[in-house]
Design a protein around this ligand. Structure first.
Ligand code: AMP
Ligand code: MG
Length: 415
């Protein structure tokens, strides 16, 4: 008799088998949402040179020492420094350089006075004529409005560590230090195989007794969201030769993970176990959870294999609970299960397995209320469309009364 494993025991067994994939080099624009394989060390200071934080005039700050609105200091304007230019001489005492935001500070200048604090009028923007004199209406402190070289990042500093997911700010930062390529962890290739004589694909006719394959699509979405690359195979028939042939085909893709759905329970047509025994090794095939008791796990030619239950909700819930953490580990993505507490609106029952019930979540006052999505059938995919989370009823608990606090695994952000 195969053991009925607890969810946590099954998961730790599976996680121990999973290995992070190797690194690959991609060009920076392709690095978005990928996982850094190595720490990134900046080769340069950022900003690379002292520059102005304002449009105004660079001066030697002591030239403003006695300036005030009633008695402005007057300086002669000797330079005009636009962003992207490089000043070729130092700033002398008693003079000022018109300067734009981001333009390099000329040598010996120690502050920038914003144009609003001078008598200059820039109504014509950068086309405004360069005045010969400028009057300053206030005194400046040393370093005012100067962004110093390296104040953001120093050359040699580690700016991101391995495992970081590259988001918009990270990709911008990597561009900022001038790296055209990045080492990231390869994305797991996941082969998906639906099986069942009743299944037809999108463009096939829905004959009598037939339903459309939905698991192939939900899984593809779940895999993408987890940072993997889904590869969908044709639908297998409930025949040994068909299942066998499609598994072989799946292996030709060289997947990092193989997921099939249906055919793992104890029905007469549940042939996945037979084929797995033939081509690979089954580790276990039943887990103490609901939905999802029949869940086969093992390897086929060294490739980790998950045989998920066929009911559309069971497929999604077992993926969320068991496969997603495994995939995250292969993909090098940090995974932390976060649950939230909510108050149960009406009684829920279970059969003693760990149960994941589909609930909506709504804030009412300072409380979060969990309500059943209504139908809890593991065949009703609509319950997942409606669900904000999965309420977890622990093992051996048969009933949770209304008003009790319950742990919920959120499926989307809660307002
Ligand atoms: P099985 O695991 O083969 O006993 O299937 C359990 C239930 O899930 C049956 O009602 C199947 O019709 C349904 N089912 C199996 N595979 C899929 C699929 N890929 N898409 C939608 N429903 C499915
Ligand atoms: Mg079936």
């Amino acid at each position: 008799m195969n053991p009925l494993l607890n969810v946590d025991a099954a998961l730790s067994k599976i996680l121990a088998d999973m290995n992070r994939l190797e690194a690959e080099t991609v060009s920076l624009p392709d690095a978005y949402d990928r996982v850094l394989a190595e720490d990134i060390v900046s080769p340069i200071d950022l900003p690379p040179f002292d520059n102005s934080a304002m449009d105004g005039y660079a001066i030697r700050y002591e030239d403003s020492a006695v300036a005030s609105p009633d008695s402005p200091a007057s300086l002669s304007v000797t330079m005009d420094i636009l962003a992207g230019s490089a000043p070729d001489r130092q700033l002398e005492l008693g003079t000022a350089a018109r300067i734009m935001t981001g333009a390099p500070i000329p040598q010996a200048a120690t502050a920038v006075i914003p144009v609003e604090d001078t008598d200059d009028d820039w109504s014509k923007g950068e086309d405004s004529p360069l005045p010969s004199q400028v009057r300053l209406f206030r005194r400046l402190t040393r370093g005012e409005n100067i962004r110093l070289a390296g104040e953001n990042i120093r050359a040699g500093e580690t700016i991101m560590t391995a495992g970081t997911v590259i988001g918009p700010s990270e990709i911008g930062m990597i561009a900022g230090i001038g790296s055209p390529r990045v080492d990231v962890i390869r994305q797991p290739k996941v082969a998906i195989l639906s099986s069942g004589d009743e299944l037809v694909d999108l463009y096939d006719e829905l004959g009598p007794g037939k339903i459309r394959d939905t698991n192939g699509y939900t899984l593809a979405g779940l895999i993408r969201r987890a940072g993997g690359v889904p590869i969908r195979l044709p639908i297998a028939k409930d025949r040994l030769d068909s299942i066998r042939a499609l598994y072989r085909r799946a292996l030709e893709i060289n997947p990092d993970l193989l997921i099939s759905t249906a055919g793992v329970s104890v029905g007469a047509a549940d042939l996945v176990k037979v084929v797995m025994d033939e081509l690979g090794e089954i580790d276990f095939w039943r887990i103490n959870m609901r939905p999802g008791k029949p869940l086969a796990y093992g390897t086929i030619q060294g490739v980790p294999f998950f045989g998920l239950p066929g009911n559309p909700v069971s497929t999604m819930v077992t993926f969320e609970v068991i496969v997603r953490p495994a995939l995250a580990k292969i993909a090098g993505r940090a995974f932390k299960r976060r649950t939230i507490k909510a108050m149960l609106a009406s009684e829920m029952r279970s059969d003693g397995r760990r149960t994941y019930a589909r609930v909506t979540l709504k804030r009412e006052g300072d409380r979060l209320i969990a309500r059943s999505t209504g139908i809890q059938s593991s065949g009703a995919l609509m319950s997942m469309v409606l669900a904000d989370g999965l309420a977890v009823i622990p093992e051996e608990v048969m009933r949770v009364p209304a008003g009790d606090e319950i742990e919920v695994l959120p499926l989307r952000p809660i307002e």
